[in-house]
Ligand binder design. Structure first.
Ligand code: DC
Length: 218
């Protein structure tokens, strides 16, 4: 079974996917983490010839979406926490708007999904990466609710940025993700729309669970 989920930053995609993946035995693929890793490579090794650098990266996805490393020039870098910084968050949308980078990552994502039971999330999964997925879902929530969730995540890690900065980052990334020329974030016509504003993670996971069970029974 292939489950494809798209939605803006903070819509709850990754938390919900982790719950669903372990409940239904699916491999969870967080494609945003791959774009973030590319931004990390740009920041660390320079943005010149980024396309060549990215074609030489091996992504190592472990622990069902909880860990991501890359192998670059023979060395393995664990990026799990390094890609979750305000600096990377502010750089990633421009990296993700480069067509040549998207092409490389989309091919890798399609190869991970081939012949596997996966739940994959991002911005172009229902439209470009897995247009024939068994289940397609578009998750969203109001910008304020999404900023509150992101702020809480920062708070739990300690030393959070200002709430207003988190909200502005969300609004700016929405703008870039939905207006870019290449594979912008948009709701696929056949995706099920779920507004998660006011719902807990468990409630959203339950809703998606009902959709999966219905599909399995048919
Ligand atoms: O889901 P996230 O916030 O970790 O995603 C990071 C960035 O990567 C976000 O600005 C949008 C981009 N992205 C994308 O363009 N396509 C995807 N399939 C996944 C993420």
């Amino acid at each position: 079974m292939q489950v494809a989920i798209d939605g803006p930053a903070g819509s709850g995609k990754s938390s919900v996917c982790k719950i669903i993946a372990s409940k239904y035995g699916l491999t969870y693929i967080d494609t945003g983490a791959m774009y973030r890793s590319v931004a990390y490579v740009g920041e660390t090794f320079g943005y010149d010839n980024l396309e060549d650098k990215v074609s030489n990266i091996d992504f190592i996805l472990e622990d069902n979406g909880k860990k991501i490393s890359i192998k670059y020039e023979g060395q393995v870098y664990d990026l799990t926490t390094k890609i979750r910084t305000p600096e990377i968050s502010s750089k990633v949308a421009s990296v993700a708007s480069i067509p040549a980078i998207r092409k490389i990552l989309v091919e890798k994502q399609q190869s991970y999904a081939k012949g596997s039971d996966v739940i994959m999330e991002g911005r172009d999964i229902t439209t470009v990466v897995l247009p024939n997925a068994d289940i397609k879902i578009y998750l969203t929530a109001s910008p304020e609710e999404r900023a509150k969730r992101r702020y809480k995540e920062w708070e739990n890690k300690g030393n959070p940025p200002k709430f207003e900065d988190v909200l502005q980052d969300i609004i700016k990334r929405d703008e870039m993700d939905t207006n870019r020329a290449e594979s912008p974030l948009k709701q696929s016509e056949d995706a099920i729309f779920i507004d998660t504003t006011g719902y807990t993670l468990e409630e959203v996971a339950d809703k998606i669970g009902v959709i999966i069970n219905e599909k399995r029974d048919n």
